[in-house]
Design a protein around this ligand. Structure first.
Ligand code: PHE
Length: 345
């Protein structure tokens, strides 16, 4: 066997012994690299005469081709081995027991909000959404609570940059919704024609600096507003009583409208409910603030309080949910504990 043949054989053996692509490329460099055995021999050709160059050159080329063929063959083998290993590692054992994916569901407060929306929809109320970052004007001033009004201290407000605040209640939606409604029907109102009544609820998140078993810095409210030419406190009582009986699925529920103060109502009332039986029987439970909309607020909506009148209420869906399911700590709603939440699915 001549020298070149044994070089080829050597390379073939070395390549075949490689177990990874990196090893193989390093082995290749020993023969075909810049200082590789074959490259060195090519350089050596320069010293030979023309005839010897031809014959030696042909032999070296043949050897080079043989080494390259061996290299390519080993590359393919390694790639194939890699693919086989991967396929083997990823085979499925169809006889193994499956892993169970539990199904998610709605949060109890979301369930309540859906219920609230359904019930008020059935009474002809629209559902509106509004911003959680509010201006002082919508949250307070337009609701008859000017800068120096003592009622402002009833709300522990989160103020944010740029003169904005996190809404402390959903009542700013009374103004926003009414203003948009008035704008839509301005021509009719000006002409003394009838305006379609404002009948809306506005559920959403609200914020106050407050935190204990019954208060959370973020909580939910649902505003209600009904404005027309002949809407009275009686309508408020009927609507809210119907709502509560439907929500709690209890025809014997008793409601009490207890006089209270809100700058944006006149008169104003706190609404309490009482269950006739069950663990909470006999206790008055506060569920909402309410009242006839104050004339100044009607004016800020862009309406004449001599002509338009109505009522508003603001209830706490978190509290309604606690009462409906017998939950005694509000914080459970916001902890995200799956053991608690999964009970409502
Ligand atoms: N916005 C009041 C509150 O957060 C509730 C309310 C709404 C009272 C509408 C009267 C009318 O306490």
């Amino acid at each position: 066997m001549n020298e070149l043949d044994s070089l080829v054989k050597q390379a073939q053996e070395l390549f075949a012994a490689c177990t990874t692509p990196v090893e193989l490329e390093n082995a290749k460099a020993q023969y075909l690299g810049k200082a590789g055995h074959l490259t060195e021999r090519m350089k050596g050709l320069a010293k030979l005469d023309i005839e010897a160059k031809k014959s030696q050159g042909a032999l070296i080329n043949a050897a080079k081709q043989a080494i390259e063929a061996a290299l390519n063959h080993c590359r393919e083998q390694l790639a194939l081995a890699e693919l086989n290993a991967l396929l083997k590692a990823e085979t499925y054992d169809v006889t193994l027991p499956g892993s169970l994916h539990s199904q998610g569901g709605l949060h109890p407060v979301s369930l309540s909000l859906e219920r609230i929306e359904q019930i008020f929809n059935s009474m002809g109320f629209e559902v509106a959404q509004g911003p959680e970052i509010e201006t002082d004007w919508f949250n307070f001033t337009a609701l008859n609570t000017p800068e120096d009004h003592p009622a402002r201290s009833m709300h522990d407000t989160f103020y944010v940059e740029g003169g904005y605040l996190l809404r402390t209640h959903t009542s700013p939606m009374q103004i926003r919704y009414a203003m948009a409604h008035v704008q839509k029907y301005q021509a009719r109102i000006d002409a003394g024609q009838a305006m379609p009544e404002i009948r809306v609820i506005a559920p959403g998140r609200t914020y106050r600096v407050d935190s204990d078993a019954t208060h959370s810095p973020m909580f939910h409210q649902c505003e209600g507003l009904w404005i027309g030419e002949n809407i009275s406190f009686k309508d408020l009582k009927v609507v809210f009583t119907d709502f509560c009986k439907t929500f709690f699925e209890n025809e014997d529920l008793v409601l009490r409208f207890r006089p209270s103060f809100f700058p944006f109502t006149e008169p104003g009332a706190e609404i309490d409910i009482q269950f006739p039986s069950g663990p909470l029987a006999g206790r008055w439970l506060e569920v909402a603030g309410s009242g006839q909309v104050h004339p100044n607020v009607v004016r800020n909506m862009g309406l004449d309080p001599e002509r338009f009148i109505g009522f508003a209420f603001g209830m706490g869906p978190d509290r309604l949910t606690m009462l409906r399911y017998g939950v005694n700590d509000l914080r459970l709603f916001f902890d995200g504990d799956i053991r608690f939440l999964s009970q409502f699915q």
